[in-house]
Design a protein around this ligand. Sequence first.
Ligand code: GLN
Length: 214
Amino acid sequence: MARSPKTGHLIIGVLALQGAFREHATALEKCGAAARQVRRRRELAGLDALIIPGGESTTIGKLMVSYHMLDEIKSLGAAGLPMFGTCAGLVMLARQVADGDQPLLNLMDITVRRNAFGRQVKSFEAPLEIPALASMAAAGVNSGAAPFPAAAPFPGIFIRAPWIESAGPGVDILAELEGHAVAALQNNLLVTAFHPELTGDLRLHELFLRIAAG
Ligand code: GLN
């Protein structure tokens, strides 16, 4: 796997077509990884992992198609490149959207419902229990960069968020809100319906970097 020659850090791509990509790049750098904003197909080469940010999934999907990146990202994900999709990024990684037809990467065995918590509820914050974070801390992975204790609930920021309506047997549900799955892991694919990059809490980025490090 590629490593930045100068730093030895993982090189994590952040898809920068639309949405909250800068905040992800900052979070990755705080965790000690090198972030590369990806706007062109050739910038996908040599990455250790890729983040697909929140924004508007219909727009991100259309831009992936017009920049000839959709098939390339899909084959990288299918070949095992670790990917982290947040909010619209979760929608992009799904096999299916419950209520519509739009370009998707079709990589993760989940069906999602967009704007599931109600369009009128534009944004809200809810504490989430994520047991996988406590296991990570117990394994000694916490870099110390995260200012929150491992056992604390994660501050979930939801902005016109989707939920995972159904998931195949290979998918681990990492967190639920009001009985709906809002974070999940399937092999190399991590998704959250909320926006960890908009909090100061780096634990989910650290979990992703652990996946990326193999
Ligand atoms: N509602 C948006 C969508 O479906 C996601 C919103 C977000 O990423 N904050 O694409």
